[in-house]
Structures are given as C-alpha cells and as structure tokens.
Design a protein around this ligand. Structure first.
Ligand code: XIL
Length: 361
C-alpha cells in the first residue's frame, strides 16, 4: 500500500496543499462570502473603509448599544467601517437624564469599541429638539436659565469626549422645510444665536473636534439647504467656529433622488466648509422587490460618486448598516429595507454598488 508512483504521490501532495490553501483563504475571508467579491484576488479583501480611504474619505456606520451583544453584527461593524456614530447614546436624554447628573456609559461603550477597532467617532448630538430629557421639556425656562443649562450640557459632554471624537453634530435639525428656524425650546427662548453660542462653547470644550450643523432634506439645493448656506456664510463672517455641514440623507424611493446633491455639496465646499453624508439610508415601500433594490443601489452609488466628486466631502455614514437594526420600520410604518446589508447581514445590491462607486472591483 506504500507503493505509489512518483506522479501519484506528487499529485496527492498537491491536492493536500490545494486543500490547505483553500482552507487558509476561507479562514481569512478571501474565498468566503460577500467580502470575497470585494477582494482583488490577493491578501485581505478591501472593505468599504479601505476603498473610501484610497480617496481620502471615510466610510462609516451608526450603531446603537442594544445591538452590541450580536457578535455577527459587531464583527462586520468592526471590520467594514472606519467611522462610527452612536445612534442614540450621546443624545441629551441619555447623557443628562437628571439635571446636572451625567451618564456617559452608552457613549463610552461605543467610543471604546471604536477605539478597539481603530475607528474614529462622529459624535451625535449636543443640541436637538428631540430626545430631550423630561426635566428639560416639562417646564418653562427664562432665557438666562436655559442658556446656563445649555452651556453646562455642552461643556460637560464635549469635555468628556475631548480628544476622543473626530467631530460633533453640535446642532441638529435647526430649520423647517421652508428655511425658517424650527420652533424649538432653544429658538423660542434664546433666539437664533443659540446656534453660534453652541458652536463657540463646543469649540472651547474640545478645540480639535470638527463642529457640524446637521439636518435632513438638505441634500438638494432648495429653501432648507439655502437657509444652511446663508447661516454658514454668516457664521463664518462672524468668526464663529463651524467646520462642516452634515447632510443626513434619509432618502425615500417614493420621493425621488436629490439630483442637485453634487452642486449643493460644492457650494458649501467653496465656502470653506467640509460636508459629509451623515445618516444615509434609502427606504422604500415594503415589500422590497428586485426593481426597487436596483434603484436603491443606483442611489447609493450616485450619492457615493457625488461625495467623491467634491473635494471637501469628507465621508459617508450609513444610519446603521443592516436592515436588522434600521430605525425605519418603527418610524415609517410600511417602509424599510433601507440599508446596504439585509436582515441576515448579507450584502444587497446597494453594497456592491457602493463598492463599485468607490472603485472596488
Ligand atoms: C433615530 C435613532 O436611529 C432611533 O433609534 C431613535 O429612536 C430616534 O432617532 N435624525 C437624527 C437621528 O439626527 O438622531 C435619528 O436617529 C434619525 C433622524
């Protein structure tokens, strides 16, 4: 039974080597799953972050604390992206649940996870009319009182995360659709300059963080994005520290693609500001079908290309990466399937479209 021909032994050895090599490749993910198709035939497959970095951009995802017990989820979160945004953990209700009593546990968990995975953090958000703690919304404030409350909150939070985050969405959703100021407790009580004050306080508390104003429905040129353009110009002229404008980009197939996105990004860039797509998802009326998923993929690719075409568009963040943890179904009943990975964490056409738009395969 030991009598084998030279050729026979060699081919069996080759087979064994081929098997071992295949196993090794599977182990590093080259021959297995979606990532394999992102690869360039050697080494580790390129992630969306790798591809974005070749253009000097980042590719990020939001995440939320409850999901972090899902190990299949955290594996992709930790490998595919280079920027992380806490979806809720840094909001006012979470960080100052009682007046003057701060709780950094949720934000810290995400910042620590990001650090472990060598990812940066887009921090979100210091001033917003939504998800405020009850103690703040349940009573009336004089201007003097609210100004002190706002300043204390911004200082405490921005200082706590000083040096640990790349950027802050300092003020979120300050305008109405028609470009007038949104009637929030801050605007009503303090007037429009609460925005400049918030930016100045955030800058004092964390001088290196990039400071953003962030909103939805400002992807296209229109009354709402015009309001941001005018405000940004005014703030810059007054020397108020503002680094960028965040375009949330919560798109919906039934409302059409914002075709002026690239022009819009470019006008902010020319003003000397960074821009970023900060909360991207593309929802659709359920059920999803092949045609809708194909259109969605095209929109993701178009957004990616628009960002790459404008020098100061610094990166793209999806508002979580998998339909399993998307906020859409709960907030827009009957809609969903908004993200590049499906509920089983399998990549959808949108994922491959982004990959291609970034110059992968
Ligand atoms: C959403 C979160 O994803 C949900 O989990 C939460 O219940 C509501 O807020 N614009 C924003 C985000 O700036 O903070 C919102 O996040 C989505 C819309």
């Amino acid at each position: 039974m030991h009598v084998t021909t030279r050729t026979g032994t060699r081919s069996r050895t080759r087979l064994r080597l081929a098997g071992a090599l295949a196993a090794a490749l599977v182990a590093v993910g080259v021959a297995a799953g979606p990532a394999a198709q992102a690869g360039e035939g050697h080494g580790k497959p390129a992630t969306l972050a790798d591809l974005a970095e070749r253009h000097g951009r980042y590719f990020g995802s939001a995440t939320d604390n409850p999901e972090l017990t899902d190990s299949a989820y955290t594996a992709l979160l930790g490998s595919e992206f280079d920027m992380i945004t806490p979806g809720n953990g840094m909001k006012w209700y979470a960080t100052e649940p009682r007046q003057g009593v701060f709780d950094w546990s949720q934000g810290d968990e995400i910042v620590n996870l990001a650090r472990k995975n060598h990812q940066r953090v887009r921090a979100h958000t210091l001033v917003w009319h939504s998800q405020l703690p009850g103690w703040l919304t349940d009573r009336e404030w004089t201007a003097g009182e609210l100004r002190a409350v706002l300043k204390k909150h911004i200082f405490a939070e921005a200082r706590h995360y000083r040096g640990k985050v790349y950027s802050w969405d300092v003020v979120n959703e300050a305008f109405n659709e028609d470009g007038t100021y949104r009637d929030t407790v801050f605007y009503r009580t303090l007037g429009p300059d609460y925005i400049a004050d918030a930016l100045r306080w955030a800058h004092q508390a964390d001088p290196h963080a990039k400071l953003y104003l962030n909103d939805y429905n400002i992807e296209a040129v229109g009354p709402k994005s015009d309001a941001y353009f005018a405000l940004a110009k005014d703030l810059k002229a007054r020397g108020v520290p503002l680094d960028g404008i965040g375009l949330q980009a919560h798109l919906a197939l039934q409302y059409g693609y914002p075709t002026t996105l690239e022009d819009n990004l470019r006008r902010f860039s020319r003003l000397g500001l960074d821009t970023a797509l900060t909360e991207v998802d593309v929802r659709m009326l359920l059920p999803a079908d092949e045609a809708k998923l194909a259109t969605q993929a095209q929109w993701y690719a178009d957004m990616t290309k628009a960002c790459l075409a404008v020098r100061r568009c610094v990166g793209i963040t999806v508002w979580d990466y998998t339909d399993k943890y998307s906020w859409i179904p709960a907030f827009f009943p009957g809609q969903g399937a908004a993200l590049p990975w499906d509920e089983q964490l399998a990549p959808k056409p949108a994922y491959f479209a982004i990959q291609e738009a970034l110059g992968g395969r």
